[in-house]
Ligand binder design. Structure first.
Ligand code: NAD
Length: 496
C-alpha cells in the first residue's frame, strides 16, 4: 500500500516506524498509509531548514517572490489533480475543493508582493543629520501545524508568506488527509525553491512536540481545534517561541425580522451545510429574532433542504460529501441525539442517510434542529458537521448577548435591511470576523484572518498584513555620520 511520507531537504522519504490508515471517507475504505515521523525525522527536517536559512535570508525578496510566481502557475496547472487528492482523502466535492484551492492561491499571489511588503519604514533627520529606519528581518526556522478540513488552503495561509519573508519552514500537515499537502509542497520545490527551505513531516503528537520544544524553531503557526490550540500556544510560548494558534468556532447568524428571508435562507443553506459543516467559519447557529421570523426561517429552511444532495466527492452534482472519519460521523450523530434528548425538535434529521452505492461512507445528511437553548451541549460545543441549530429569541440584544457570552468568537453574521442595526452589531459584537448579509465573512488574502476569545490564542491573525508581522522581527536602526553632521560633546540626557 502507498505510504505518504515526508519532504526533507528536497528529498522524499517514507521513514515509518509507525504508520496510520488514511481513509477515503466516501467509501469508508483505507486508501493509503501515512508515515508518522519519529523525533529523529523531525529533527532532520529542522536541521535542513536551519542549514538553508542563511542563504535564503540573504536572497533578494524579489527573487524569493519569483519562486512564488512560478508556484502559483504550477498550482493552477495542477488544480484538477490537487482537487482529486483533496476529495479522495477529505471527502469534499471537487467543486468545493476547487474553491479551497483558489483561496489558497490568493495567498500565494499576496506573497508575490513581498518586495513591497518588506520595504520597512524610514525617517530622515529624526535629529540633526540623524536618520532612522525599521526593517523586518526573518525569524529563522518556523513551523506550521495544520488541520484536516482545509488540506490545501490552510498550509497556503502559512508557508508562502513565511518563506517570502526569508524564513525556512517545517510543515506538519493533518495526518488524516496528507496527500494534497505533500503534493503542493513538491510543486513549490519544482518552482525552484532551494532544498531545505520548505520541509514537510507527516505525523502526530510525537512530531508536533518536537516542533514545540526544539530551540531551533523560532515560531509556530497552528490551526485546529481549541483544546489543541491552547496546548500548542501555552507550550510554544513557554519554550520562548512566537505563536499564533487558531482554534474552533461556533458561528451564529442573527436573522432579524426585517431580513430578506429568501436570501437569508439561501445563504444559510450554503454556509451551514457546505463542506459538510466542516469549516471553522460554518454558520452552525441561526438566532431568529421574533416568533414570526423564526417560523418563516424554519419552514423555508425545511423546504430548501429537501433538494440537498449528500454523496461521494467525485460527483459534481452533490452539494456536500461525507465527514472525515467514522468516529467523527458518530460524534456528529451523538450531538443530534443529545439535542433531541435535551428537548430540541429535530425538524430535518440527517442521521444515517442512504447514499446508494456508498453504504460504507461516513455520511451525515443536512440536519435542522429547532428550539435549541444555551444550556444544551449541542449549543455549547462545536459540532463540525452539517447541522444547523435554531435558537429563538425576542430581541436583537438577547441575540447579541448569546454570541458575546459564547466561548468562541470566530465568525458571525447578521441578516437585516436596517443599516443602523447592522452598524450597532458590527461595532459591539465580540467576534473577530463579521458579516453583514454575508454568511461566511472570510477575509480576502490582503486582509488577515482570525477570531477572538477562545478561537485564537496569540495576538496576530493569519495571512495578509499580520503575517508579515508574525513572520518577521522588527529591527530599528538609528544612524549618524559625525563627519557630515553636527559633532557633539558628552551628553547625559536624551536629546530634546
Ligand atoms: P485537531 O486539533 O485535531 O488537529 C490539528 C493539528 O493538530 C493536526 O495537524 C494534528 O495532527 C495536530 N494534533 C492533534 N492532536 C494533537 C495533540 N494532542 N498534540 C499535538 N498536536 C496534535 O483539528 P482537526 O480536527 O484536524 O481540525 C478541525 C478543527 O480545526 C475544528 O475545531 C475547526 O474549527 C478548527 N479550524 C479552525 C480554523 C481557524 O481558522 N480558526 C480553520 C480550520 C479549522
Amino acid at each position: 500500500m502507498t505510504i505518504v511520507g515526508h519532504l526533507i531537504n528536497g528529498e522524499m522519504s517514507t521513514e515509518a516506524k509507525r504508520t496510520q490508515d488514511v481513509f477515503n471517507p466516501s467509501t469508508g475504505a483505507v486508501s493509503k498509509q501515512v508515515a508518522l515521523a519519529s523525533v529523529e525525522t523531525v529533527e532532520e527536517a529542522i536541521a535542513a531548514a536551519e542549514k538553508a536559512f542563511p542563504e535564503w535570508r540573504n536572497t533578494p525578496p524579489a527573487k524569493r517572490a519569483q519562486v512564488m510566481y512560478r508556484f502559483k502557475q504550477l498550482l493552477e496547472d495542477n488544480a484538477a489533480k490537487i482537487c482529486e487528492l483533496i476529495g479522495k482523502e477529505h471527502g469534499k466535492i471537487v467543486h468545493d475543493a476547487g474553491g479551497e484551492l483558489k483561496r489558497g492561491i490568493e495567498n500565494v499571489e499576496y506573497a508575490c508582493g513581498a518586495p513591497e511588503l518588506l520595504k520597512g519604514e524610514h525617517s530622515r533627520n529624526v535629529g540633526p543629520s540623524i536618520d532612522s529606519w525599521s526593517e523586518f528581518q526573518p525569524l529563522g526556522v518556523v513551523a506550521g501545524i495544520t488541520p484536516f478540513n482545509f488540506p490545501a488552503m490552510v498550509p497556503l495561509w502559512m508557508f508562502p508568506m513565511a518563506i517570502v519573508c526569508g524564513n525556512t519552514f517545517v510543515l506538519k500537515p493533518s495526518e488524516r488527509d496528507p496527500s494534497s499537502t505533500l503534493f503542493i509542497a513538491q510543486l513549490l520545490q519544482e518552482a525552484g525553491l532551494p532544498n531545505g527551505v520548505l520541509n514537510v513531516v507527516n505525523g502526530d503528537k510525537e512530531a508536533v512536540d518536537v516542533l514545540l520544544s526544539d530551540d531551533r524553531v523560532k515560531a509556530v503557526s497552528f490551526v485546529g481545534s481549541t483544546p489543541i490550540a491552547e496546548y500548542i500556544y501555552s507550550t510554544a510560548t513557554a519554550n520562548g517561541k512566537r505563536c499564533q494558534a487558531l482554534g474552533g468556532a461556533k458561528n451564529h447568524a442573527i436573522v432579524m425580522p426585517d431580513a430578506d428571508m429568501d436570501n437569508a435562507v439561501n445563504q444559510l443553506v450554503g454556509a451551514a451545510f457546505g463542506s459538510s459543516g466542516e469549516r471553522c467559519m460554518a454558520l452552525s447557529v441561526a438566532v431568529a429574532v421574533g416568533e414570526e421570523a423564526a417560523n418563516a426561517l424554519v419552514s423555508k429552511m425545511k423546504a430548501a433542504m429537501t433538494s440537498l444532495k449528500v454523496g461521494a466527492f467525485s460527483n459534481e452534482k452533490n452539494d456536500f460529501g461525507p465527514v472525515i472519519t467514522r468516529q467523527h460521523q458518530e460524534k456528529v450523530n451523538g450531538y443530534i441525539d443529545s439535542a433531541e434528548a435535551d428537548g430540541a425538535v429535530i425538524v430535518v434529521d440527517g442521521r444515517n442517510p442512504e447514499v446508494v452505492g456508498y453504504e460504507g461512507g461516513f455520511f451525515v445528511g443536512a440536519t435542522l434542529i429547532d428550539g435549541v437553548t444555551a444550556n444544551m451541549t449541542s449549543y455549547q460545543e462545536e459540532i463540525f458537521g452539517p447541522v444547523l441549530q435554531v435558537v429563538r429569541v425576542d430581541s436583537m440584544e438577547v441575540a447579541m448577548k448569546l454570541i458575546n457570552d459564547h466561548e468562541y468568537g470566530n465568525g458571525t453574521c447578521i441578516f437585516t435591511r436596517d443599516g443602523e442595526a447592522a452598524r450597532y452589531f458590527s461595532d459591539n459584537i465580540q467576534v473577530g470576523m463579521v458579516g453583514i448579509n454575508v454568511p461566511l465573512p472570510v477575509p480576502v488574502s490582503y486582509h488577515s484572518f482570525g477570531g477572538w476569545k477562545r478561537s485564537l490564542f496569540g495576538d496576530l491573525h493569519a495571512y495578509g498584513p499580520d503575517a508579515v508581522r508574525f513572520y518577521t522581527k522588527r529591527k530599528t536602526i538609528t544612524q549618524r555620520w559625525p563627519s557630515s553632521g553636527v559633532r557633539e560633546g558628552v551628553s547625559f540626557s536624551f536629546p530634546s
